[in-house]
Design a protein around this ligand. Structure first.
Ligand code: URA
Length: 193
């Protein structure tokens, strides 16, 4: 299986999902063999328009934190748990984001696991509760596990808050900065080995 084949298969899968609404696939971005893979929740409006993960407001936050920690997004592989933008109609009749349903997360999990195998990262960073629960189970919560390096399927897993949570809860900014610095220190130690 190559990344191109996975992208083609996933495009067909996404196209088959909703008859009444054509969804856009937002595939992962980065190189196969990247040592670190970051997994978000699902694309938002900008991501769906540009067909790239984390290019909207949450993505700008993510880039700022990465830069502070001396990490470069080009060294990472970045993707989402659910690979289209989940939407609903607001009371005012506008199309707005909604969280992915459990069913959508369940449908995308086998694809995500294939993507992880293909990229083959040493460490997976989950952003927020959605990818964390998808990968390690429903009992896990980000508030308890963020900033810890866990063992997962022969790889390391490092849970972090979602970069959008800092927009809604500025007190998380310091926690976020500490977590990513802890990760950057570990990752520098690994690459020096
Ligand atoms: N939030 C996510 O979880 N993923 C994106 O790609 C953008 C915002």
């Amino acid at each position: 299986m190559t990344m191109e084949k996975l992208r083609g298969d996933m495009t067909a899968f996404v196209n088959s999902l909703y008859e009444e609404e054509r969804k856009v696939l937002v595939f992962g971005e980065g190189s196969v063999g990247a040592p670190v893979m970051m997994i978000g929740e699902a694309p938002g409006e900008q991501e769906s328009l540009q067909g790239r993960p984390f290019v909207g407001k949450a993505g700008k936050n993510l880039d700022a934190f990465l830069e502070q920690a001396g990490m470069d997004r080009r060294e990472l592989y970045v993707t989402n748990t659910v690979k289209f933008r989940p939407t609903k109609r607001s009371a005012a009749g506008r199309t707005v984001n909604r969280p992915p349903t459990q069913e959508e997360i369940r449908l995308f999990l086998p694809w995500l696991l294939k993507e992880i195998e293909l990229v083959g990262p040493r460490c997976v960073i989950t952003l927020g509760n959605v990818p964390l629960k998808a990968l390690i189970g429903h009992g896990s919560v980000i508030g308890d596990l963020h900033g810890q390096l866990l063992d997962w399927n022969g790889r390391k897993l490092f849970p972090m808050y979602h970069p959008a949570s800092v927009i809604y809860n500025p007190s998380l900014k310091e926690v976020y900065r500490r977590d990513i610095e802890r990760f950057a220190a570990w990752s520098r130690g690994m690459s020096a080995e």
